[in-house]
Design a binder for this molecule. Structure first.
Ligand code: NAD
Length: 419
């Protein structure tokens, strides 16, 4: 079928995963396009007045994958490689993720093709506000609720909330999640994705009979997700032997001191050059011998080219879409336990959901309440996915996707087709 303007390697990959699972589940052909194709997409030109007085136009996108279960939910990415096809794939994965963990949302994603590191704070604010303004017709606490992703953070969410609220004439905290706590953000949201990754890693270790003491982990991408996942795993007693970012990686077989590393990264904006560790490339890092490998950067990092060389026992996908379907086949043959992205990084959207609920009720929870509810939902999703994998002798990814896709399919069947 025609992939339209979404055609891109990442969108094709998301469609390939869907088609494989739809075949396994015997989803009627009649229902497949309706489930797979994004419901809406908006492309916007975002003109920004730069500090030097010039005007630069950036391309921005928002894709809402399905509207069957409630408003749509998903992050906003600021990165030079953002395309509408990548955003559509990420929106589709958000749909299966929200359904897997039982949240009343469809999936969405957004992004602006820009390099936020090259923008001044003023330029970044003007870009964020104008992008938000262009999106106003499709945003809202009952319509579509953005959150942080690669290249965006709490400050960007605060500007989105402020811009939307000014247009509405009153403060609307529930339009966005991942905000600063002072503005209606939830305690524990910033750390939720990485903490969730570490929680599921410990559940996978229990399943495989691996103990934390003496176990080693490698993390690609030392941003929000990767740095918190590393710290949370270290707190369990796992040794973090290598981490990386877009500039390169560092390796110390004795384990990295993460407190010192965080101080170094705050001052240097990169892990590269951290004293007491060897330099290593991102390619080398992915194939280091370790118990746990956490890709927490971008899509399509583990492919048919390097899947044979990956030397971990558990692959915990902090990033969305880090493993291609071709690599999946190789990892399965090699008996590597995969915690698939839509399960592994779902802690982020789970606590985003908690933030939205707290905003709608204007009643805020303690961090203990947030964590307790987070771990309960993760435990349930992990248990259901493992049981589905065992029952049908399928991979954890197939199991997670089939549970998520089935819920969306069932919901569409119950609602029927209008008119
Ligand atoms: P971030 O911007 O905070 O961090 C991204 C990190 O990856 C940075 O350290 C960056 O330098 C590094 N990076 C970029 N390109 C790289 C490359 N080619 N090789 C190695 N490192 C590279 O972003 P984040 O929010 O931590 O998101 C990371 C991943 O997690 C993304 O796939 C995102 O979609 C996913 N995710 C994020 C959340 C969340 O709550 N933030 C939730 C679920 C999933």
């Amino acid at each position: 079928m025609n992939l339209h303007h979404y055609d891109s390697p990442t969108y094709r990959m998301a469609c390939q995963q869907f088609d494989l699972v739809a075949d396994f589940m015997n989803i009627p052909q009649n229902d497949r396009d309706r489930l797979k194709l994004p419901k809406r997409s908006l492309s916007v030109a975002v003109p920004v007045r730069m500090d030097d007085g010039s005007t630069k136009v950036f391309m921005g996108y928002r894709v809402q994958h399905h509207l069957t279960l409630g408003p749509t939910k998903g992050g906003i990415r600021f990165h030079p490689d953002v395309t509408v096809g990548e955003v559509a794939a990420l929106a589709m994965w958000m749909s299966w993720k929200c359904a897997l963990v039982g949240l009343p949302y469809g999936g969405a994603k957004g992004g602006v093709a820009c390099d936020p590191r090259l923008l001044s704070k003023g330029e970044l604010e003007r870009l964020t506000r104008r992008y938000t303004q262009e999106l106003i017709p499709v945003l809202g606490p009952q319509v579509d609720i953005p959150a942080p992703d690669v290249g965006t953070n709490e400050q960007v969410m605060a500007w989105i909330m402020d811009t939307y609220s000014l247009q509405m004439g009153h403060t609307v905290p529930g339009v966005v999640t991942g905000k600063p706590v002072l503005l209606g953000g939830s305690l524990g949201r910033r750390e939720a994705t990485g903490r969730g990754v570490a929680y599921l890693v410990s559940r996978a270790m229990d399943t495989l009979g691996i103990t934390a003491q003496g176990a080693t982990a490698v993390v690609q991408g030392y941003g929000n997700v990767g740095s918190v996942a590393a710290l949370s795993m270290a707190k369990q007693g796992i040794k973090i032997i290598a981490v990386s970012d877009a500039f390169g990686g560092i390796f110390n077989p004795e384990g990295l001191d993460l407190n010192q590393l965080d101080t170094y990264v705050a001052a240097n904006r990169s892990v590269v050059g951290f004293p007491g560790a060897e330099a290593i490339t991102n390619e080398q890092l992915l194939v280091l011998p370790c118990d746990i490998l956490v890709p927490a950067a971008l899509e399509r990092q583990i492919t048919e080219t390097n899947a044979h060389q990956v030397q971990c026992r558990i692959l915990a996908e902090g990033a969305n879409g880090p493993t291609t379907p071709e690599a999946d086949v190789i990892l399965a043959e090699r008996n590597i336990f995969v915690i698939p992205d839509i399960l592994c990084n779902s802690g982020g959207v789970i606590v985003s959901y908690f933030e939205w609920v707290q905003d709608l009720q204007s009643f805020f929870w303690t961090e203990g309440e947030v964590l307790d509810k987070l771990f309960r939902l993760l435990e349930q999703a992990f248990g259901q996915t493992l049981a589905q994998a065992k029952k049908h002798q399928i991979s954890m990814r197939f199991a997670a996707l089939s549970l998520g896709i089935k819920r969306v399919h069932d919901a569409k069947t119950l609602r029927g087709l209008y008119p």
